[in-house]
Design a protein around this ligand. Structure first.
Ligand SMILES: [Zn+2]
Length: 174
């Protein structure tokens, strides 16, 4: 963040979050963007991860998901991303349950965007094939112990994936 969104003046960094325009004195905040991630389990209980088709992190593994667009809430964004990336719709999965959120700094085109991703899990209710499209080159299914952590776009998110497996198991036992 370098310039004031109001007058284009130079910004003075006050804290990691707060900036002030040196011209019009308007305060500007470096708040994180919202994103959603979906850990989708197949009918055998494996989690489906996607291979990224493009940079950044091309060929790395990611959950289904992406940024929340203008005007969307988390659920709308989740179902839009599901459709865009897999060609499946809301009717093909169980109601998504919240897992946890992750903070990360997304390096994109020379800038660093802070983002908070809200993670959900759901299970497939159909035997329909997922069709990789949009920014996905392929889908792969894993048991928890078989996930190649170093191939995750964000290796730290393995902790959230573990939680999702645990929640899924707990739900089955209730
Ligand atoms: Zn200004």
């Amino acid at each position: 963040m370098k310039h004031c969104i109001s007058c284009g003046g130079e910004l003075l960094k006050l804290t990691d979050t707060k900036f002030q325009c040196t011209e019009c004195k308007r305060e500007q905040f470096n708040n994180p963007k919202g994103a959603v991630a979906l850990l989708l389990f197949d009918t055998t209980g494996k989690v489906i991860l996607s291979r990224r088709a493009h940079e950044p992190d091309k060929d790395k593994l990611d959950p289904i998901g992406g940024f929340i667009d203008y005007g969307e809430n988390a659920e709308t964004a989740l179902y839009r991303e599901l459709y865009e990336e897999t060609n499946l719709s809301e009717a093909d999965i169980t109601a998504p349950s919240y897992v946890y959120s992750g903070y990360q700094e997304y390096h994109w085109s020379g800038t660093i965007e802070p983002l908070v991703a809200m993670w959900f899990w759901a299970s497939l209710t159909t035997d329909k094939r997922l069709t990789p499209q949009d920014d996905v080159s392929a889908f792969e299914s894993f048991q928890l112990d078989d996930i190649p952590t170093s191939q995750l776009a964000e290796p730290r998110t393995i902790a959230i994936i573990k939680r999702a497996f645990k929640r899924k198991k707990q739900q089955k036992n209730t």
